[in-house]
Design a protein around this ligand. Structure first.
Ligand SMILES: NC(=O)c1ccc[n+]([C@@H]2O[C@H](COP(=O)([O-])OP(=O)(O)OC[C@H]3O[C@@H](n4cnc5c(N)ncnc54)[C@H](OP(=O)(O)O)[C@@H]3O)[C@@H](O)[C@H]2O)c1
Length: 301
């Protein structure tokens, strides 16, 4: 903790999806008074973001193969927010413990899977991290990235061909989504709490969609008729099982596995928006973004 009593935060994994949005949230008028500035940006690269001044963000270069560089970057830090790939989480966690960090956000940012995750031990091998007496871990669970559903059409359509889409089951499966900016705000909102008052898992979502809803809106906004392939749930589960076993997987393998988890008979759908975690994260500080207006805006421009 800084002498001002404000939390010292380090953000790791800047150049992925969540780095810049999380720095934006931490330095925004809504949250900046909770944090000691500059925020520590811990990175393997040399680039700086021109959006932030030196008094807002300081850069600390590290090498994941050199634990001492991580411990040095975390020295004096209260909270580490890991935004990188899953494979580095344990290395970062060990360094955070050594540097006496109090709160750690492991890089999960995925849906809160239930028993359906166990069917995909290849592509969904990542695990939650729990605290021991030295360090509290908070696993932030979110839906799919809503930004990807809107901007990477293969995520929505399960197809790369123009105006072609695959409908799985009846197309009415509810799929929770969270916008990247809402994840960033959620992190900025949670990171200033006393670790002992926080749960180990927090589930949030910006919104929920079904394939049928978004297919219809896409057709209306774009003035096209989608060529829709109907795929049964059983077929989706078989495709996903094969995808999960591949030595070298691609984006479609991952999408097929995630889609299979959503339609799996083992899935117990939970509407996060009704839970107490939403109030903990956002007691009226910001508006959660909604997917239909954002999709209409993006697709009509
Ligand atoms: N819910 C969803 O739909 C969804 C979608 C995509 C991702 N995610 C989650 O979001 C998180 C971030 O994903 P992402 O795709 O943005 O991650 P990423 O691109 O794999 O990694 C993000 C950053 O981490 C650092 N990094 C990671 N591994 C490294 C290594 N071995 N060596 C050097 N640098 C490394 C790099 O930052 P520097 O360059 O600053 O060092 C990199 O830009 C993950 O937890 C992922 O599961 C969720």
């Amino acid at each position: 903790m800084s002498s001002s009593g404000k939390k010292v935060v380090a953000v790791v994994g800047l150049n992925g999806e969540l780095g810049k949005p999380t720095l934006s949230a931490l330095t925004s008028p809504e949250f900046k008074n909770y944090y000691h500035f500059p925020i520590r940006a811990v990175t393997t690269k040399n680039n700086k973001f021109e959006e932030f001044s030196d008094s807002e963000v300081s850069y600390h270069k590290v090498d994941y193969n050199d634990a001492s560089s991580l411990v040095a970057a975390f020295n004096g830090v209260d909270v580490v927010i890991d935004l990188g790939s899953h494979k580095n989480t344990q290395i970062l966690l060990d360094a955070a413990i050594e540097a006496h960090v109090k709160l750690f956000f492991p890089s999960v940012y995925s849906p809160d899977y239930g028993p359906e995750k166990k069917d995909y031990s290849g592509l969904l091998a990542f695990k939650d991290f729990y605290h021991d007496d030295r360090l509290k871990c908070l696993n932030l669970k979110v839906g799919w990235f809503a930004d990807w559903v809107i901007s990477k059409l293969a995520v929505l359509f399960l197809s790369n061909e123009p105006n072609k889409a695959v409908r799985v089951g009846d197309g009415n499966t509810k799929i929770p989504v969270t916008f990247i900016s809402d994840i960033a705000k959620s992190l900025a909102s949670l990171a200033h709490h006393s670790p002992e008052k926080l749960p180990e898992k927090v589930c949030v979502q910006s919104d929920v969609y079904t394939q049928n809803e978004l297919f219809k809106i896409y057709e209306e906004v774009k003035g096209v008729k989608l060529d829709i392939e109907e795929r049964s749930i059983d077929t989706q589960l078989q495709i996903a099982a094969q995808a999960d076993k591949k030595q070298k997987s691609d984006m479609f393998d991952f999408l097929n596995v995630i889609t299979a988890t959503m339609v799996s008979p083992k899935r117990m759908y939970v509407d996060y928006s009704k839970g107490k975690d939403m109030k903990l994260v956002n007691p009226g500080i910001f508006e959660w973004k909604k997917i239909i207006p954002e999709a209409k805006k993006a697709w009509s421009s």
